[in-house]
Design a binder for this molecule. Structure first.
Ligand SMILES: *[C@@H]1O[C@H](CO)[C@@H](O)[C@H](O)[C@H]1NC(C)=O
Ligand SMILES: *[C@@H]1O[C@H](CO)[C@@H](O)[C@H](O)[C@H]1NC(C)=O
Ligand SMILES: *[C@@H]1O[C@H](CO)[C@@H](O)[C@H](O)[C@H]1NC(C)=O
Ligand SMILES: *[C@@H]1O[C@H](CO)[C@@H](O)[C@H](O)[C@H]1NC(C)=O
Ligand SMILES: *[C@@H]1O[C@H](CO)[C@@H](O)[C@H](O)[C@H]1NC(C)=O
Ligand SMILES: *[C@@H]1O[C@H](CO)[C@@H](O)[C@H](O)[C@H]1NC(C)=O
Ligand SMILES: *[C@@H]1O[C@H](CO)[C@@H](O)[C@H](O)[C@H]1NC(C)=O
Ligand SMILES: *[C@@H]1O[C@H](CO)[C@@H](O)[C@H](O)[C@H]1NC(C)=O
Ligand SMILES: *[C@@H]1O[C@H](CO)[C@@H](O)[C@H](O)[C@H]1NC(C)=O
Length: 666
């Protein structure tokens, strides 16, 4: 069995190199295993029979020749065919090419690689003494030799300037259209070169391995080779690399001077090396990664878009159309406040946080109040009211510029007041002199009184403020008072969950009758105004307990007790250090007591209060039953005397069921 196989392979070697007489030579190599050929340079035969003309070592060449010279002349026909492949080392930039050679010599030691294809050099290129005929398969366009492109077949006689050439291509069966070929495509290609000595016609064809010889050759050229061919010539191949390189392979070769060259047995041709360029093998992975990356980008962009949408989402209902001009976009407000950053926070109160902002469109400074509001119920009414309040214009009211509505919150945009809120300046934790002089305080008091008079009596509707206190009074650049937050108490009347223990108004400023009637009136605003007057004059917060004759008292009672003892001026703010007009101080303190009288009917109206402040009317004396009434009432409501219980919680619903804006026109 093993002997039979050995015999078979020995026979095969003999059969694959069949040498006839020199005169009429015919041979075929179906692969070059064991072939006796003349090799030089990089050329070598691999164990599987693949003939490597060059690897990708730069600036080198390789040659292979049939070992014996053949008898050739210009009138003798020959036919040859071979199979080659080229593997570029850099994609699309391989070099330089393979040439089929008929030469008088096999010594190319002095020849140059690269564009000289290992056949010629600078000094002998083109010389008739070379006696070289070649068919080049050139993958680099060289302008010096008039190359037509970097992928052509050319006929070279004694030099590299081709006598005829064509781009690598083949004609299909009909011979009509040519199909272009890529020499460096790593595909095996078969070449047929037929020379008709009678016609002196050289036909050259090539086609992908496996196809039949094309009917119509790529090149068909009349040549007079009489001066080229000497009596004995060598046949073989040359290949060269330059700065760029191909691996040049030969798979088979067939030669005949007696008729057409024999066809190959394709199954016997050696396989081409598997192409395992890192770049190529990484390509699918790379493309995959790229696709995943792009997909990720798309997803991220989508998520960002959705988040942005969500982030800047607003609530807009059809009925709000008419208020469109009063509406700000949330995006603008977001930009204005640098994303409602804590650094832009001006303060936070009962109704929400207030931020400073600069509107991107107009560059104007604004204060933006963020009020959380869970209910849509009553929103329409509230928004209409808020928007109508835009029409409230008074030099001592903070101007509302507009609003914005989102799910669960309302944003109100106001003029920005550079000096902040009054309570901050008034109750500054500073031992030294106050920042607010008495004349400034009088101006502030008159301003707030004037604003309340406007709300109560001078506008088209009666507007109740419901939360008069020092912290709701803001100061503009000239220290003028601006009353803010009016009308916001209405939010709590409309809220669906108003059964919660929200207090409209602030402890210490709430008129006692509110707990019986639950109905805010102008007189309840006056009560709070009275407390505000005492606050400004005394520099004391209304809920602070003050000791008088061994008893803890709240501000009102303390002022009353001092008045009772004939020492009302002792309650004046010590930070004023006695710099005040005594008459005015006394007026403000007494008016404060009048306004915060426990009986609503005993309090002056805002119009009267303004008259007293401006000296247009004379303030009557404080009634002597002041404290009795007060204590009696407070005992009745709170069960204590004078001080408010610490756990003060009143249901907003039961207390304030009515509207703050009474629509009884005027
Ligand atoms: C090419 O072959 C030669 C020997 O034939 C070897 O020295 C050289 O390293 C090879 N070059 C490459 C790039 O494989
Ligand atoms: C070419 O060679 C053939 C056969 O060897 C011979 O008969 C013929 O005369 C030669 N022609 C020339 C021009 O040498
Ligand atoms: C070119 O090649 C020829 C033939 O091999 C040789 O005689 C000549 O010296 C070479 N010229 C140069 C410059 O190498
Ligand atoms: C093959 O066709 C192309 C155009 O399709 C043409 O430019 C080229 O010259 C043709 N080649 C041959 C050898 O006819
Ligand atoms: C020829 O094939 C090689 C290898 O596939 C490729 O890199 C090159 O771009 C191709 N050239 C042309 C002109 O298509
Ligand atoms: C060469 O090609 C022409 C057609 O282009 C054909 O007529 C002729 O027979 C061919 N000659 C050989 C030797 O193949
Ligand atoms: C080949 O072309 C060269 C010039 O390019 C010319 O001198 C020579 O005669 C041509 N040879 C043939 C056989 O056509
Ligand atoms: C071929 O060229 C030789 C000179 O090199 C000349 O004597 C001969 O007549 C030419 N033959 C033809 C057919 O042109
Ligand atoms: C081709 O070669 C294979 C294996 O060497 C052989 O079996 C087959 O008969 C051959 N085909 C031809 C047409 O010679």
């Amino acid at each position: 069995m093993a002997e039979a196989r050995l015999l078979q392979s020995v026979l095969l070697i003999f059969l694959s190199v069949v040498v006839f007489a020199e005169d009429e030579t015919q041979f075929i190599y179906n692969g070059f295993r064991g072939a006796n050929l003349r090799l030089d340079g990089l050329a070598n035969i691999q164990p599987n029979g693949l003939l490597v003309l060059t690897n990708t070592s730069k600036q080198l060449s390789g040659h292979v020749f049939y070992p014996r010279p053949l008898k050739l002349n210009a009138t003798r026909s020959f036919s040859t065919s071979f199979v080659f492949a080229m593997y570029p080392d850099v994609e699309a930039h391989g070099g330089h090419g393979i040439a089929f050679v008929i030469s008088s010599s096999t010594n190319f030691d002095r020849a140059v690689p690269a564009e000289y294809l290992g056949l010629f050099n600078l000094s002998n290129n083109g010389l008739a003494s070379n006696h070289v005929f070649a068919v080049e398969f050139d993958t680099i366009q060289n302008a010096v030799f008039g190359d037509i492109d970097g992928n052509h077949v050319g006929i070279d006689i004694n030099g590299l300037t081709s006598n005829d050439s064509a781009s690598a291509a083949y004609y299909d069966a009909e011979g009509q259209t040519n199909r272009s070929l890529n020499l460096t495509s790593r595909q095996a290609m078969q070449v047929w070169i037929d020379y008709d000595g009678d016609e002196r016609l050289m036909n050259i064809s090539l086609a992908p391995l496996g196809l039949l010889k094309p009917e119509r050759p790529l090149l068909s050229t009349h040549l007079n080779l009489s001066s080229v061919f000497l009596d004995s010539m060598y046949v073989g191949f040359s290949a060269a690399t330059g700065l760029t390189a191909n691996e040049h392979y030969l798979l088979g070769w067939s030669w005949s001077q007696i008729g057409e060259a024999q066809g190959f047995n394709f199954t016997e041709l050696p396989p081409l090396p598997r192409f395992t360029s890192q770049r190529r093998s990484l390509e699918p992975v790379f493309i995959g990664l790229l696709a995943v990356f792009v997909l990720l980008l798309v997803i991220i962009a989508g998520v960002i878009y959705a988040l942005r949408r969500k982030m800047f989402e607003e609530v807009k209902e059809p009925w709000e159309q008419e208020y469109a001009s009063h509406r700000f976009s949330f995006k603008d407000l977001y930009v204005a406040t640098k994303g409602f950053r804590d650094s832009e926070l001006l303060g936070s109160g009962g109704f929400g946080k207030v931020y400073k902002g600069v509107l991107p469109s107009t560059n104007t400074e604004v204060a933006i109040k963020r009020v959380s509001h869970d209910s849509r119920q009553g929103m329409r009414e509230f928004v209409s009211e808020i928007v109508s309040m835009r029409r409230l214009r008074h030099r001592n009211l903070i101007q509302l510029l507009g609003y914005c509505r989102r799910k669960g919150e309302l944003l109100l945009v106001y003029d920005y007041m550079s000096n902040g809120s009054l309570d901050k300046i008034l109750f500054e934790k500073k031992e030294s002199k106050s920042n607010l002089s008495w004349s400034q305080r009088m101006n502030i008091i008159k301003g707030v009184a004037s604003a309340l008079l406007y709300l109560h009596e001078e506008w088209e509707q009666v507007v109740l403020h419901r939360d008069v206190k020092a912290s709701n009074v803001l100061l503009d650049a000239d220290m003028n008072a601006r009353l803010g937050d009016f009308g916001l108490a209405r939010l709590y009347d409309h809220g669906s969950n108003s059964r919660s223990t929200n207090i409209v108004g602030t402890v210490g400023y709430l008129a006692p009758e509110l707990s019986i009637t639950g109905k805010p009136t102008p007189a309840t605003d006056v009560f709070a105004f009275g407390i505000f007057l005492l606050e400004v004059a005394c520099g004391v917060q209304p809920f602070r307990l003050l000791n008088f004759a061994g008893e803890d008292l709240v501000l009102v009672d303390w002022v009353f007790e001092c008045w009772n003892k004939g020492a009302i001026l002792e309650t004046s703010d010590p930070k004023l250090e006695g710099y005040y007009v005594s008459k005015e101080m006394e007026l403000v303190l007494k008016l404060g007591l009048h306004c915060s009288h426990s009986k609503p009917e005993a309090r002056p109206s805002m119009r009267q209060a303004v008259q007293f402040l401006h000296g247009d009317a004379v303030l009557p004396d404080v009634p002597s039953d002041y404290d009795l009434e007060r204590n009696g009432l407070l005992d009745k409501y709170w069960g204590t005397s004078g001080s408010f219980p610490s756990s003060f919680q009143v249901s907003a619903n039961s207390l304030f069921s009515d509207n703050s804006v009474a629509r009884h026109g005027r």
